[in-house]
Design a protein around this ligand. Structure first.
Ligand code: USQ
Length: 405
């Protein structure tokens, strides 16, 4: 297949690019390199040294003989170029990662909220409108998030996108299938909730073939392909905005930094290893919906864990200390989470679960590049409200962390 990977320079986009290229697909990366610019804005860098996208593609060709094609294009602001690109290249499938993906970044300031909504919603809508206009019947696979559902404990498993409800009508009870109600916990998660409505409309109105992957928190860094050459290494975020919880704990353990648990650590979240993440995308691509079918929704996760249990596990493995910090986010102190993921299991996903060997691998990578870490950028300081920002700032434990840095 000819596959366009929108956002193919990112944390999941790059290993997906390599995985699909390795399988013999013709892969085109379309990216505006905004993630690299955001590193510059924040004054942080990936823990792992990343080469330019062109250099990464050159090394992949040198190692495997397979060509990757890179196109510098901004989906959100260059609509006409996007349309022209699609008309010229006519991909069979499109994987859409090209959105700002960090909740803390989206909550930093009003400017970051506006940027995240403008960038994400426009990128997705431009893509949908351009597909209709060019008449290209590509299967669109979008990277959504488990966070569209929210994390409240309802006591029942979260289904894969849809919920059967019974409605009282004057002529009696009627069954209806609805999108599972969204309850986003950040501006970023809100944009993915808005994406869902855009997909529903374009699938029903124009027959676009769309799969939406509601992914959990990705952990790990290497995949089979990124291990093949030092210059194919994946990016790896540790800072308070882009680093995600389990990878952050592993990096913190590697550099002797107390594990930064927010609140009581009572949040339960869904997780998936990066190797499974790229495999799920392959499986979703191989199972395209037909025109006129409703949007296909998968829960892309393999297990759920409570944050404080993860901290305890990493502390046990590494001897790290745990710091309980005031939570900068507005989220429940405790939640349960039960999630269905039957569809990927039925398609043949064999889940990689949390195990000591893989956790230690991440710690080893972090130790190797520890000299690249700016310890002052480890704490998460983007707060969801002004009151939370003040509480975070006043906290004595956080002041203690400053002396660690
Ligand atoms: N947390 C800590 N300590 C930290 C960092 C985070 O206790 O040092 C807590 C947070 O308060 C939160 C949980 O860990 O309760 C998860 O935070 P996270 O930063 O790992 O994940 P999140 O902001 O939800 O976002 C990440 C990705 C996003 C993806 C989402 C999937 O950045 O792109 O959509 O995971 S999910 O969480 O299932 O919605």
């Amino acid at each position: 297949m000819k596959i366009a990977i929108l956002g193919g320079d990112g944390f999941v986009g790059w290993p997906t690019t390599l995985h699909l290229s390795d399988q013999g697909h013709e892969v085109h990366i379309v990216d505006n390199l905004s993630r690299r610019w955001i590193d510059t804005e924040l004054g942080v860098q990936s823990l792992t040294p990343m080469d330019s996208i062109q250099e990464r593609c050159r090394i992949w060709h040198q190692e495997t003989g397979r060509r990757l094609h890179f196109h510098l294009l901004n989906l959100a602001t260059e609509y006409e170029r996007l349309k022209g690109w699609l008309a010229e290249h006519k991909p069979d499938a499109i994987v859409h990662f090209a959105e700002q993906r960090a909740a803390p970044y989206s909550m930093k300031t009003d400017r970051h909220k506006v940027y995240t909504v403008d960038n994400n919603v426009r990128a997705t809508h431009n893509l949908l409108a351009a597909l209709v206009e060019t008449g290209i019947d590509a299967h669109l696979v979008h990277l959504g998030t488990m966070g569209v559902y929210g994390y409240s404990s309802v006591g029942a498993p979260i289904p894969e996108g849809y919920l059967d409800v019974e409605i009282d009508t004057p002529s009696g009870k009627k069954e209806q299938e609805i999108l599972y109600p969204t309850r986003p916990g950040s501006v970023y998660h809100m944009t993915k909730s808005l994406d869902q409505i855009l997909f529903q409309f374009y699938a029903q109105n124009d027959g676009l073939r769309i799969t939406d992957l509601h992914q959990g928190i990705v952990w790990g860094t290497h995949t089979e392909q990124t291990r093949r050459h030092e210059q194919l290494i994946n990016r790896f975020d540790y800072d308070g905005d882009y680093g995600t919880v389990l990878n952050r704990f592993l990096i913190q353990a590697a550099i002797g930094y107390p594990l930064t648990v927010h609140g009581t650590g009572g949040q339960t979240r869904a997780f998936i290893h990066i190797q499974d993440s790229v495999r799920c995308i392959e499986l979703a691509l191989g199972d395209a919906p037909k025109a006129g079918e409703r949007v296909r929704i998968f829960n892309q996760m393999t297990e759920t864990h409570r944050v404080r249990d993860l901290a305890e596990m990493v502390a046990r493995l590494s001897g790290a200390k745990v710091a309980m910090l005031p939570n900068p986010r507005k989220e429940a102190a405790e939640n349960d989470l039960i999630v269905k993921n039957d569809q990927f299991l039925a398609l043949g996903l064999n889940p990689t679960t949390l195990e000591d060997g893989l956790l230690s691998e991440v710690v080893e990578v972090a130790k190797k590049y520890a000299h690249r870490i700016d310890r002052s950028r480890v704490p998460a300081v983007s707060a969801w409200t002004r009151d939370l920002a003040r509480a975070v700032e006043r906290d004595p434990e956080r002041k203690g962390l400053r002396s660690v840095s």
